[in-house]
Write a protein that binds this ligand. Structure first.
Ligand code: KIV
Length: 287
């Protein structure tokens, strides 16, 4: 493996036309697999609310929960850049709240960057302040799950020329504020192509076509492990739901048929010790 990935590495990759590979992780063993496989950026996404905690939206996850999972991921990631999502209502109230919470991800959980959704004046101010303090920020535009209710559901964003222009303006504003990259979610391919060309910082697409500078997916979607629903933009590279269910059924079968554990999976008590034990037990008073 090469050197650890930094925000500068990602910028260089964009300049070289080398695509950036990003995935989500919420735990140590998954982070290790992604890191070993050469993933550039591991996002501890607030999608963990749905995928790991079983909520219907991303809203419920707390800063404490995100910190807990981010700590596990950073223990497993040696090379990949770890970005932690700032959860819903952890940065929207005021800039002090945003800085305090973002700082915890770096200080307590070892994250190298944080991500926030949208490019409101408030958010741009947060980005500027965090970047000024040495905390890199990834933006997130297009469909922003924390605003699902305000957006009227899970829908493609930037479908008209005016909407596309507004997305471009937001992306430029994030770049100007100092963001090191921006996720574009559920945006028509032509729009993300234009945005990617106009920005110096890398765009990371999810449901945004092939011409973003990088791609991200939720790892559990890619592995077919989270199957509550499958967004159109997900490509499944495995069917872990089926693989795991089959393996666990086989385990249950083996336990019930006294086939697990076998001798090789158990620890031996020496024969002479067993005889001695039986003798000693027999010599004990009954009861
Ligand atoms: O929370 C998440 O997992 C995300 C991405 C998939 C971009 O924000």
């Amino acid at each position: 493996m090469g050197k650890a990935v930094s925000t500068l590495t990602l910028r260089k990759y964009k300049e070289e036309g080398r695509k950036i590979v990003c995935l989500t992780a919420y735990d140590y063993s998954t982070a290790k697999i992604l890191d070993r496989a050469g993933v550039d950026v591991i996002l501890v996404g607030d999608s963990l609310a749905m995928v790991a905690l079983g909520h219907k939206t991303t809203h419920a996850v707390t800063v404490e929960e995100m910190l807990h999972h981010t700590k596990a991921v950073t223990r497993g990631a040696e090379f990949a850049l770890v970005v932690a999502d700032l959860p819903f209502m952890s940065y929207q109230v005021d800039v002090t709240q945003a800085i305090t919470n973002a700082g915890r991800f770096v200080k307590e959980a070892n994250a190298q960057a944080v991500k926030l959704e949208g490019a409101t004046e408030h958010n741009l101010m947060i980005v500027e302040r965090l970047v000024g303090m040495g905390i890199p920020v990834m933006g997130h535009l297009g469909f922003t799950p924390q605003s699902i209710h305000g957006l009227g559901g899970t829908r493609v964003q930037g479908r008209t020329a005016d909407e596309a222009l507004s997305l471009l303006a937001d992306a430029r504003a994030l770049e100007k504020a100092g963001a090191f990259s921006v996720v574009l979610e559920m945006v028509p391919s032509a729009v993300s192509r234009i945005i990617s060309k106009k920005l110096k910082i890398p765009t990371i697409g999810i449901g945004a076509g092939a011409e973003c500078d990088g791609q991200i997916l939720v790892t559990d979607d890619l592995l077919g492990k989270y199957v509550d629903f499958k967004p159109r933009f997900v490509r499944r590279y495995a069917n872990l739901d089926e693989v795991c269910t089959d393996a666990i059924r086989q385990y249950a079968h083996d336990v019930m048929n006294r086939d697990f554990p076998n001798d090789a999976e158990s620890f031996v008590f020496p024969e002479d010790e067993e005889q001695d034990l039986l003798r000693k037990l027999n010599a004990q008073p009954v009861g």
